[in-house]
Each structure stands twice: as C-alpha cells, then as structure tokens.
Design a protein around this ligand. Sequence first.
Ligand code: DSN
Length: 417
Amino acid sequence: MTLISQDSTAAQILFSEAKRQQEGLELIPSENYVSPAVLEALAGPFINKYAEGYPGRRYYGGQAYTDAIEALAQERACELFRCEYANVQPLSGANANLAAYSAVLRPGDTVLGMDLSCGGHLTHGHPVTLSAQIYHFVRYGIADVTTGEIDYDALERLAQEHRPRLIIAGYSSYTRPLDYARFVAIAQQVGALTLADVSHLGGLIAGGALPNPLDAGFALLTTTTHKSLRGPRGAMILTRDAALAKQVNKAVFPGLQGGPHMHSIAALAVALGEALQPEFSDYAHQVLANAKAMERAFHTAGVSLVNGGTDNHMLLIDVTQHGIGLTGGQAEQALEGIGLTVNKNITPYDPRGPLDPSGIRLGTPAMTTRGMGEAAAARIAEMITLALRSPADTALQASLRAEVMALCARFPLPTGH
Ligand code: DSN
C-alpha cells in the first residue's frame, strides 16, 4: 500500500513540502539535498533494527548486516578525514558535542569556546544549554568586526588565565578561516585538549576544499553529516588517538545514547561513498566558488558582508544597513515570499535579540547540489538585494518569485521530487 492510498492527509503534507523544495531554493547554509541513493538507504530495512553496542560487540542478536554497514561507514569516514577512529552513532551535532565533552571532561571542568554572536554554536557554551550547566565555559570572540579576525593573543591570554581542559574551534555562522595550528599551539601551552566542530565544513574538508584540523594536530573532530557532507541527519566524532576513541565510544553508548539509528548510518555509508568520488571534490570547490560569486555580487550592489566577506560556504548580511533597513526576521520573510529560504541570524555583538536579530545567513551547499554555478549564484545575490531593498513593491516581488521558480525548474532536486 502506498502512502497516498493509506493516509492521504500525511501524504498531502509530504507532497507540499516536496513541492516547496522543488519550486524554491534553500539558502540556509546548514541544509542540502541528498541523492536518490542516500534516500533509498534511509528508507531501507535498517529502520527496523536495534543495535546497541558497536560492530562485533552488540547487546542484541541479528547483527550480521548492521555490523557490516556500520563498519563500512566507519571505514569510509576514516578514509575521507584521514583518521583511524570514527564513531558514526551520534544522532546529531549537539549530541556529538555533548558526547565529546563527556568523553574528555569532568563536571566543572573549564572549556574555551567561541561566543554565539561571533559565529560559535549554542553547544559551545551558551548559558541556555545543558553543557553550560555541567561545564564551566569561557567564551572568546572576534577582535575586529570588519574582518572577522579572531584575536588569538586574547585567546592565548584567556587560556593562560583560565587553564581550560578543552579548547573548541568551530562555528555555525563564522565566515573566515581558523588558524588551527595556532589553536593547537595555545592548547599545548596550557595542557588543554582540542576539539574542532566542523559541522558546517565537513563536506568541504572531505572534498579537499578546506583544511582538515586533524592535520594541524587537533585531538577530536565533530561534524554533522547532513550539511555540506550531503548525507542523512546525524553526526560523527573522529580522532587519530586510540585512547580518546575508546573514551568517545563509551561516552556515546552507553553514556549518552541508546540504540543507534541504523537506517541513518546506512544512508551515511552511502553518502560517504559519494563523498569519496572525484565529483564530490568538484562539488566542494564549486560551493566555495559560488559563495565568492555571491560575495562579489553583493559588494557590487553596495551590500558589504559581516566580517568583510567569506572564505567558506556562508555569507552573513546585516540587513539593518546597506539601504535595506529591515530586521533579520523581516528579511527572512521577504525572501521567503520570492521562494528563497534563508535564516535570520545574529551578527557579532548584535544589539538585537536572537528572535529578531540584525542579520540573515546564507549559504551555497544546496544550490550547488542542484547544479547551479557562479552565474546563478551572482544573480541570486542580485535578486536578494532587490527584494530586500523594496519589500513593498509587489510587482517586483512577483517578477522575482517567477524568476526563482524558473531557475529552480532549470535545476531540479537530485531526488527528482
Ligand atoms: N542548526 C544548525 C545550523 O543551522 O547551523 C546548527 O545547529
């Protein structure tokens, strides 16, 4: 029985979402479109299986194929990220970070993490999180809002003052490169461990378009699997250190989670297989080229980006400025009206709150998966500028909506929905 004949109410909602995705464009930098093969694996037989434990050491029977698929995902992850140990069970990025913390920290230990408003993540020590209740987070920020540069001297001073057990590098809305070697040097001075949360950059590192923090000596790397890596929702914890790998495995299961989501791990194995192909490296480089094309188009239109530009797949715009004069929430809504999905986002040291901040955040992984190149990226930036500068011009908005729909029809989703 198909979904439509069994449950037309749910089927209609799924159909509407598929149509929304096809006829509009996801510009949220943490989103992407999976391949038909990934989708097939995700909806496959592993959805029915419990598999507490790890390959070769499970607490339930019937594991011949769960072991095989999880080992395949681990091997592929290790090959892509040039490491020896991969835990592929974290259910998502926040769980992966919490597991990594509990693997190496005791309650009350001090951690240095990046401030949320400067581009860090909630799980890097924001007071509303459970981690912030368990550990003592000290947060660093950027020194210069025009370049986005981190003040590494200040970071070093903070490290010496607070003697953290762990230093985190990584971000969810930061557009400039990180000096991974400098982080490692600072950590070594104070005897801290290093964790790179590359949730946003996983696919770009796997595709060889950005450096791998493990190569600079980072002890632990966490990444989600559904952003630039283009897999199912989930996350991984990677390391080259056998002792840390053991601690991580214990922390994920039984420390934090129960049965792994084997259907996601199966789909992850497929996605990692795709990421090992040469075309994926082309994809990763094109993601960056498209972001640069958008940056140039915005600058031409007089819209300068937060941090002065981008060196990855993300772009941040302060929409209260540049002849726009909207809040982040208003800008998000205006763009949704023409079929472009973005997210409102705080800007460094934002005077506004996170529910209606000063900025919007854009990204190129999803558009690049659809096959769009630099010309399309530049035109999208122009359309965004036009739409945001004249949100009340209904004729303009209608013509931009038609143009976005035509563009999306030329570049269908890989799953053909
Ligand atoms: N929600 C993810 C993002 O959009 O960056 C991180 O939590």
